[in-house]
Design a protein around this ligand. Structure first.
Ligand code: SAM
Length: 425
C-alpha cells in the first residue's frame, strides 16, 4: 500500500515510521510512504505557502497553488484525503475501506486550513479524526495511515488480531490480562486460566457486550447480535439509568390559546400512552398532576379499573404499564415523592415546542448517571412561564429546525424518552 503525504513538515513522520510495526511494514515492502512538501512547489523566492484570509479574520490560509502543484506531481494519487475537522469521521470501517486501496494521498493542513477552491479542483475527501482541533493534519494523517496499514494482510503477522479488535464486529474489545496471576491483590479471572476455550470465548463475548453497552452504546446498533447477546444486554441494562428518569404530565399551570395560565382536564389517551411508554423504557415513574379534585377522582378510578379492577383480567399488560402512574396535585408533589423514593432531589427539565431550549437529550442522559431527572410535559399550549422559570433546563424542541412541529404531547413524550434512553442505552 502506497501512501503519499502532502505536508509542510515531512520530518514529523520520522519517528513514527522508524519504530514498531510501521517500520517493519515499510521494511517488508507492505507499506511505503512518500512525501510532497508544498513549499517545494512554490513560485516565489520566499517559498510562500500561506496568505491572509479574504474577508479578514485571524490566522493564515494555505494557498491553493503550491498544494495543487504538489498534488499534480503525484503519479498515482489514488483516494485523496484531506485532514480537516469538518470531514467524515474516521472509523475502523473507514480504515478497512482504505486498506483495500493501492494508493492513498493524505493532505495535511496547517494554520487555519486550506483555500476552499482546492476541493473543487480535485476529488478530495475531507476526513476528521475527532471533534477537536489539532495544530496540523500530520497527527491526524498518522492515525489514518496507521489504522489502515495494520489491516493490510501480513502487516500484523497474526491475522486474527485485526478481526478481534475493538470495532471489528461493532463491539469494543474484552479486557486482557497477563502474568502475574495476582497483582497488588487483584486476581486474573479464573475462567481465563481454565483452559476451556468455549468458556473463555463466552466470557470474552459477554465482557465485550457489557463494555460496549457502558462506554459506546451508540455503536451497538451496528453490531451483529444473537439471542444470547440480547439476553446479556437486557440483564445488564436493567441496572442502568432508566430508573432515574421520571416524567410528569402537567395539567396546571399550563397556557391556553390566549397565553393565560390555566388548568385543563385529563385526556385518557395521554394517560395510557405515556404510561405504556414509561413502562416500556423502564422509567422510575410517571406523574399526572392536576389540582382539580374531580379530575383526581377520575384518574384514581381509571387506574383502579386497570391496575386492580376488572381491566386487569381483560388486559394484564395494561395494568402492568399503568401501575407506574401516580396522581399528584402539583409538580412540587411529584418532586417531593421522587426525593422520598430516591433520596435525591430531582433536576427539573422542561419540554417545549417553542424556542431553542438550553439543554440537549445527551445532557439529560449524562445527568441520569448520578441523579434523578423529572421531565415535564405540558398539556394545552404548553407549560406556563412560571414553570419554565423554576426548571433547571429546557430541552431543545423536537424538530426544532422545521416550521411545523405541533405534536401531541404523547407523541413528543415517546420521541423524547426514546432519544434519551434509546434501545442501546
Ligand atoms: C489549526 S487546524 C485548522 C482548524 C480550522 N480552522 C477549523 O476550525 O476547522 C490546522 C489543520 O490541522 C488539521 N486538523 C486539525 N484538527 C483536525 C481533526 N480533528 N481531524 C483532522 N484534521 C485536523 C487540519 O488539516 C487543519 O487544516
Amino acid at each position: 500500500m502506497q501512501f503519499t503525504i502532502v505536508s509542510l513538515f515531512p520530518e514529523f513522520f520520522d519517528s513514527a515510521l522508524s519504530c514498531g510495526l510501521m517500520a517493519k511494514g515499510c521494511a517488508a515492502g507492505l507499506v511505503s510512504v512518500d512525501f510532497r512538501n508544498p513549499r517545494h512547489f512554490t513560485a516565489d523566492r520566499h517559498s510562500t505557502v500561506d496568505d491572509r484570509p479574504y474577508g479578514g479574520g485571524p490566522g493564515m490560509v494555505m494557498m491553493p497553488e503550491p498544494l495543487a502543484r504538489a498534488l499534480r506531481s503525484v503519479e498515482s494519487p489514488g483516494r485523496i484525503l484531506m485532514m480537516a475537522p469538518k470531514g467524515r469521521p474516521f472509523t475502523q470501517s473507514f480504515a478497512r475501506e482504505l486498506a483495500q486501496e493501492k494508493n492513498v494521498t493524505i493532505i495535511c493542513g496547517r494554520y487555519e486550513g486550506f483555500d476552499a477552491r482546492l476541493e473543487s479542483l480535485f476529488p478530495i475527501e475531507p476526513v476528521s479524526v475527532g471533534d477537536y482541533v489539532l495544530n496540523g493534519g500530520e497527527t491526524a494523517a498518522l492515525c489514518v495511515m496507521e489504522a489502515a496499514a495494520r489491516l493490510v494482510p501480513g502487516f500484523m503477522g497474526h491475522e486474527d488480531s485485526g478481526e478481534e479488535e475493538s470495532f471489528s464486529a461493532g463491539l469494543l474489545e474484552y479486557p486482557h490480562y497477563t502474568r502475574p496471576d495476582v497483582f497488588e491483590g487483584l486476581e486474573v479471572p479464573d475462567v481465563l486460566k481454565s483452559g476451556d476455550h468455549g468458556r473463555v470465548a463466552a466470557w470474552r463475548r459477554e465482557k465485550s457486550l457489557i463494555t460496549t453497552l457502558h462506554s459506546r452504546p451508540d455503536i451497538l446498533h451496528e453490531a451483529a447480535l444473537n439471542s444470547n447477546d440480547l439476553e446479556i444486554l437486557k440483564k445488564e441494562r436493567r441496572r442502568r439509568i432508566g430508573k432515574n428518569l421520571f416524567c410528569a404530565l402537567v395539567h396546571y399551570p399550563v397556557v391556553n390559546k390566549e397565553k393565560k395560565s390555566v388548568a385543563v382536564s385529563l385526556t385518557n389517551l395521554d394517560i395510557h400512552d405515556i404510561g405504556r411508554c414509561s413502562c416500556t423504557y423502564g422509567l422510575g415513574g410517571y406523574y399526572i398532576t392536576t389540582p382539580i379534585e374531580d379530575q383526581q377522582r377520575m384518574l384514581a378510578e381509571l387506574l383502579n379499573h386497570w391496575v386492580t379492577g376488572p381491566g386487569t383480567a381483560a388486559n394484564p399488560d395494561r395494568g402492568e404499564a399503568l401501575q407506574i402512574i401516580r396522581g399528584v396535585r402539583l409538580i412540587e408533589d411529584a418532586v417531593k415523592d421522587i426525593s422520598e423514593r430516591t433520596g435525591q432531589n430531582p433536576l427539573l427539565v422542561a419540554t417545549s415546542a417553542r424556542g431553542a431550549g438550553n439543554m440537549h437529550v445527551g445532557d439529560v442522559r449524562t445527568l441520569l448517571a448520578d441523579r434523578p431527572v423529572l421531565l415535564l410535559f405540558g398539556t394545552a399550549h404548553g407549560l406556563a412561564p412560571q414553570v419554565l422559570e423554576q426548571c433547571d433546563g429546557i430541552l431543545r424542541p423536537v424538530r426544532y429546525l422545521d416550521g411545523y412541529n405541533h405534536l401531541s404531547v404523547r407523541t413528543a413524550a415517546a420521541i423524547i424518552i426514546d432519544r434519551i434512553l434509546g434501545d442501546a442505552l
